[in-house]
Design a protein around this ligand. Structure first.
Ligand SMILES: NC(=O)c1ccc[n+]([C@@H]2O[C@H](COP(=O)([O-])OP(=O)(O)OC[C@H]3O[C@@H](n4cnc5c(N)ncnc54)[C@H](O)[C@@H]3O)[C@@H](O)[C@H]2O)c1
Length: 715
């Protein structure tokens, strides 16, 4: 053994060829934490000081190559001043440069995932041989960052400006064949031939058949294209990247700028540009939020992993009701491999449910995402029925019949009588208390809420709602089933609106008050969309369905009268009373026409104002800051209350639920991280400023305490 560290080892193989192996002890994957970078530096020193080594292959002792940087280290590091962050990049780059500058042929054997820093390590080698199973990319922009271990310098020098911009600005993950096509990989081989192929390539270099020094030299020099052509290439890319990323996501544009600035420089100067740019982008609120989001997502997965441990077997599911939601649940369950019985009381409904599933599957087939055989298999995994015939073997049943407490209770009780003890029963109700529904049951411990979002196949969140008597095992099974369906479950306790609607409806309350006071709903929609929401509140109400929204608002008002019972007529109610239910019947706040693709397209409808005018103050302009404050405060304070009331277990789960469930702008990290970005004290002051509007604007005690102690939700 030439070198043995905790993350990296070097040993001599035959013919003067050594193997540098990444194998981070005590971890299931390799990642570039500070320890690994330091270890790599020592390994490189050991290689440099050993005259027996004529060539090198770089391998991994894990199932992956290197998954990327250790993101858990980012939070603290990014709190440092910009020049210290840049200094950290340059220090790491010294190690990568020392590796690159070793005057021996170096070939990486990429056996699996090599992302971010993992791929940047590969780029520092002379050649890259990939297993067919490899997956490579530079996904840093997804964290609001860009590559900081030389990726923006080496990649354009290796594969050209356009390819490098595409890989870095879009942050995609690419299979081996794609990497070969653009030149990121020099060869792709069968998985079991990987190391042999890498060794063979080193030998060819040693025999003088391949000029590895010339290949390396390209990476040390300015970009090859003449300055004018480079400028043109960058300008074309820049416009495209700006258009795709939008103003709220500055990292891709900053990456292209760094590449452009450094185009005429040699490696070491270019790395300085990259380090400075990286440090700057690392300090943006977007990077803070997106890195936080990544960590929150990991935290939620960990919590769910623990919760799901007590799950029973889930081999067969059933859904009651073949409507919009029941059909969607059946489709998703079958698609992800859990066969499902779909029961309804009407033949016609069953036909509709099956047709909907067929349509969704046919779309996949036409897009080449699925073959006809798989489509047939998925469809045959949904069994439509009008009776309880085969319910004996069912492990989990999701009720998705009409939203009516009496009907649901009777359907649930009837079903309970047809299945054996321990069969998990869940309701997809959006508004009815799980504890209340459980009153109709003999075995309330086997029952919980399982709240899917519409459209089921698109929306990643499932709220698993624990009623007063729900057992841990029931919760575990539903978490496991949701995961099996490819969804992100969040476990919450029972209350009106559960978590997501409880937090969403005060936001609609804020919208209603803005309208009452003379705001223009189109202007509010525009401001909130610019803020980062996929759509503004009026449009969202139209999409949700104004009848559904008004009903849910009533439930919330009954549940939390002190805050959510308003003393004015809300514009949504005005729309509802005029039978304007939104997209579902073609007119709500907006009118809907069908576009060329057959999708609803919203247009302004003059009639809306005629209807609204008698109920609101004279229209006036509100500045964006006020609109944002009046919309966001109620949502954020209610999220805090859910944490305060133990409806949700952690800040990470609360934020992730809002991102997965209603498309909270990811670059703002969720309602609680949004409060953090403003600061608890400043947020309480903002609440105080608008508290005269009503209870939804009052700062919760928890937030006041945090403000007094200078605390935040996230580290
Ligand atoms: N649509 C949404 O956006 C949405 C979102 C989340 C949750 N939900 C909830 O999901 C549930 C279903 O909503 P939906 O929009 O799919 O309704 P829907 O009206 O489209 O479907 C309800 C189906 O239930 C069937 N049904 C009625 N009584 C039945 C019984 N006794 N046994 C079996 N089937 C019966 C009906 O025939 C109909 O096919 C409701 O509780 C709703 O609140 C809806």
């Amino acid at each position: 053994m030439i070198y043995q560290g905790n993350a990296v080892s070097v040993q001599l193989l035959d013919d003067g060829i050594a193997e540098l192996k990444f194998d981070l002890q005590g971890e299931s994957v390799n990642k570039f934490n500070q320890e690994t970078v330091e270890d790599l530096g020592k390994a490189v020193d050991a290689i440099a000081g050993n005259n027996d080594i004529k060539g090198l292959i770089v391998t991994s002792g894990k199932g992956v190559f290197i998954v990327g940087a250790d993101i858990t280290e980012f939070t603290d590091m990014f709190k440092l001043p910009e020049d210290e962050i840049a200094g950290w990049c340059l220090k790491s780059n010294k190690v990568f440069n020392a590796f690159e500058d070793l005057d021996i042929p170096k070939v990486v054997a990429v056996n699996g995932i090599a992302l971010g820093g993992g791929l940047e390590m590969c780029l520092a080698a002379d050649f890259r041989v990939l297993s067919e199973k490899a997956l490579v990319g530079l996904p840093e922009v997804k964290l609001g960052l860009f590559p900081g271990f030389g990726g923006t310098v080496r990649l354009p020098r290796l594969v050209g400006v356009d390819n490098a911009v595409e890989w870095i600005a879009a942050g995609g993950q690419h299979r081996a064949d794609k990497a070969l096509k653009v030149g990121v990989a020099d060869a792709v081989v069968a998985h079991d031939k990987l190391n042999d192929a890498a060794i063979a390539l080193v030998k060819q270099c040693l025999e003088g058949k391949i000029d590895f020094r010339a290949k390396r030299q390209e990476k040390l020099e300015p970009l090859k294209l003449p300055p004018m052509e480079n400028m043109m290439a960058f300008q074309t890319c820049m416009a495209m990247v700006m258009g795709q990323a939008g103003k709220n996501y500055p990292a891709p544009v900053a990456a292209v700028k760094a590449m452009q600035t450094a185009a005429g420089m040699n490696r070491d100067q270019a790395l300085e540009v990259e380090a400075k740019g990286f440090a700057k982008i690392a300090k943006t609120p977007q990077a803070t939020a997106l890195v936080g989001l990544f960590l929150a997502d990991q935290a939620v997965k960990k919590v769910n992993g623990k919760t799901a441990k007590g799950a029973g077997e889930i081999n067969q599911a059933a859904v009651l009701g073949a409507g919009i939601m029941g059909g969607g649940i059946a489709f998703q369950s079958a698609l992800k491999g859990t066969p499902i019985i779909m029961k309804d009381i009407a033949d016609k409904a069953l036909d509709l449910g099956m047709n909907e599933a067929s349509k969704l599957l046919a779309k996949r087939v036409s897009k080449g995402k699925m073959d006809a055989a798989k489509m047939g298999k998925v469809l045959s995994a949904i069994r439509p029925t009008l009776n309880y015939g085969d319910f004996d073997d069912v492990n989990v049943i999701v009720e998705a019949v009409v939203e009516n407490q009496k009907i649901k209770q009777s359907v649930l009780a009837e079903t309970e009588g047809k299945v054996k003890e321990g069969t998990v029963l869940a309701s997809n109700t959006s508004t009815i208390s799980i504890t209340k529904l459980a009153e109709a049951l003999e075995r309330p411990q086997d029952f919980a809420g399982m709240h899917f979002f519409n459209p089921v196949h698109m929306m990643p969140l499932v709220e698993v709602i624990r009623g007063e008597k729900t057992s841990d095992e029931t919760v575990a099974s539903l978490v496991a089933y949701a995961q099996k369906m490819g969804k992100n479950p969040i476990v919450v306790n029972d209350c009106p609106g559960f978590l997501v609607n409880r937090v969403l409806f005060p936001y609609f309350g804020g919208f209603g008050m803005l309208m009452r006071d003379g705001a223009d709903f189109e202007a509010v929609d525009k401001v909130m969309q610019k803020f980062g929401w996929p759509m503004g509140p009026a449009y969202l109400m139209d999409v949700v369905g104004i009848d559904t929204g008004v009903h849910a608002a009533q439930v919330m008002a009954e549940g939390f009268p002190e805050r959510m019972q308003y003393d004015f007529k809300d514009v949504s109610t005005v729309m509802f009373e005029n039978e304007r239910y939104g997209q579902k019947n073609g007119v709500g706040f907006y009118r809907y026409e069908t576009d060329k693709k057959g999708k609803p397209k919203k247009v302004v409808d003059e009639k809306t104002w005629e209807l609204i005018k008698p109920h609101v103050a004279e229209t006036r302009e509100f500045d964006a800051e006020e609109i944002i404050a009046r919309m966001m405060i109620p949502m954020c304070t209610e999220t805090v209350r859910c944490l305060e009331d133990n409806i949700v277990g952690s800040a990470a789960e609360a934020d992730m639920a809002m991102i997965y469930g209603i498309g909270f702008p990811p670059f703002r990290g969720g309602p609680l991280r949004y409060i953090d970005s403003i600061g608890a004290k400043a947020f309480v002051e903002l609440c105080d400023k608008y508290a005269h509007l009503g209870g939804i604007y009052e700062a919760p005690q928890m937030l006041k305490d945090m403000a007094a102690k200078g605390e935040s939700f996230f580290a």
